[in-house]
Ligand binder design. Structure first.
Ligand code: FCB
Length: 453
């Protein structure tokens, strides 16, 4: 395959609660995920992130792996309750010190840290005060962003405020399958989402004001798309319409979560579709809070729908045939997602784009030869990257790709039953084994994509 653009950034990602462990150590406060994992039946097998990959104690070894792979960047998340145990007010010096050491070790290894502020672990104290449904949540997030900007901004340049609002509102506040496990009426779900977008705006302003050095700030959403099943203009237009449409029955769409942040308005069609539930959300002052200029858009992309054009030109869903390839999560393998989600986002928002997550769960174990053979991960990633390259060739300004994940980890409601890493983790011994895909990815990075055949 021809090479990616010269300055293309190759990285891998993880998130605090999924890998750190040490959940009750070092002065960390509780988060909604600690509470959720305590609920009977909430997480498969009663698993929790209490120990996870013990990255809190083993981060140096993990960074050595990243260095050996030649990763340009590592997307980590800061655990809000580790630095502010009650969410606001009292700082936890030990927690701040952990991130100092982590960031310093990354820089020493030549791996650029990308820091996400909110990857779902809201401090329990703040949840007790209303969580994202409370309007004050925007100010809480601003205080947190100010703290980390001042503390780490001399070394961290690249920041992401939020991770996938679609998911923590859908699963955390609608169907209750993720923390904080709520089933709220739609009106309150929309309010929670509204406040997280206000919180994003507060975080952007606080980070810019607090950072002593240059900073680049982004916002990460799920990159949703209806992928055109062929390249004819009519099919592409159908895909564009599908991708730009809000279905009021769930939160998996782009415009509701990106238009306010990038364009300063809710999508008209979405407001209409949500009707009375959305009343008053298009408040000018609130929208002005949400629209703080950002430097890039982060998209997490795993799967997508497929569409064709109906007779009237409107999109018609193309169902997956029986036996269509799926991952261990049962997510369909739709490589075109990595072409069309960023392409349509580029058209609509014109911002530089980073793929901040992409990958798959597969059933990996250590073979008799001591290696971990994961041909599906290699094939999946090659197919997706090929499609990403097409979007770049079509003019989308896509600047980097982070594989999810660097390590197998705690996969939320699925506990440790789903393995997303390019590095295998034996949770009994904490032994790390690079999978075949890790070696393959190192070569992709080294050759800037040219090794993908
Ligand atoms: C995304 C999450 C990430 C991980 C992957 C598989 O929705 O951002 O933490 O769980 O899915």
């Amino acid at each position: 395959m021809p090479m990616f653009p010269e300055s293309f950034l190759w990285g891998a990602a993880a998130a605090a609660y999924q890998i750190e462990g040490a959940a009750f150590e070092g002065g960390r406060g509780r988060s909604v995920w600690d509470d959720f994992c305590d609920r009977e039946g909430a997480v498969e097998h009663g698993h929790s992130g209490a120990v996870a990959c013990d990255h809190y104690h083993r981060f140096k070894d993990d960074i050595e792996i990243m260095r050996s792979l030649g990763l340009h960047a590592y997307r980590l998340s800061i655990a809000w309750p580790r630095v502010l145990p009650e969410g606001t007010g009292r700082l936890n010096e030990e927690g701040l010190d952990f991130y100092d050491r982590l960031i310093d070790a990354l820089l020493e290894a030549g791996v650029t840290p990308w820091a996400t502020l909110f990857h779902w672990d809201m401090p329990s104290t703040l949840f007790a005060k209303g969580g994202w449904v409370a309007r004050d949540s925007a100010a809480w997030m601003g205080e947190y962003a100010d703290l980390v900007g001042r503390r780490f901004g001399d070394r961290v340049v690249d920041w992401i405020t939020m991770n996938e609002p679609q998911v923590y509102i859908q699963h955390g506040h609608n169907d209750g399958s993720h923390a904080p496990g709520l089933n709220l009426p739609m009106r309150e779900q929309l309010l929670a989402g509204h406040n997280t977008m206000r919180a994003h705006g507060h975080a952007v302003r606080a980070l810019r004001a607090a950072s002593p050095g240059p900073c680049r700030i982004g916002y990460t959403a799920v990159g949703c798309a209806g992928c055109p099943i062929d390249d004819s203009p009519a099919t592409i237009e159908a895909g564009r319409i599908a991708t730009g449409t809000v279905d009021p029955n769930h939160h998996f769409n782009g415009p509701w979560w990106l238009d306010p942040v990038c364009l300063g308005r809710y999508p008209e069609q979405g407001l209409e579709a949500h009707g009375a539930d959305a009343e008053g959300l298009d408040d000018e002052a609130d929208l002005a809070e949400m629209k703080a200029p950002i430097d890039f858009l982060g998209l997490n992309i795993y799967q997508a729908g497929r569409v064709r054009a109906g007779e009237d030109g409107r999109p018609v869903d193309v169902p997956l045939p029986d036996g269509f390839p799926t991952t261990h999560f049962d997510w369909p393998v739709v490589p075109e997602a990595l072409r069309w989600a960023p392409f349509f986002a580029h058209e609509r928002y014109g911002l530089p784009i980073y793929i901040t997550e992409n990958g798959l769960a597969s059933m990996d174990w250590v073979s008799r030869d001591g290696k971990v053979h994961d041909p599906n991960r290699i094939d999946f990633t090659a197919r997706y990257l090929e499609q990403l390259k097409l979007a770049i060739d079509d003019g989308a300004d896509i600047r980097g790709y982070f594989h999810w994940s660097i390590l197998d980890n705690f996969e939320w409601a699925k506990g440790y039953t789903r393995r997303f890493g390019i590095v295998h983790v034996d949770y009994e011994t904490q032994v790390r084994t690079m999978k075949d895909s890790a070696h393959w990815y190192a070569e992709v990075i080294r050759s800037n994509g040219a090794s993908i055949d």
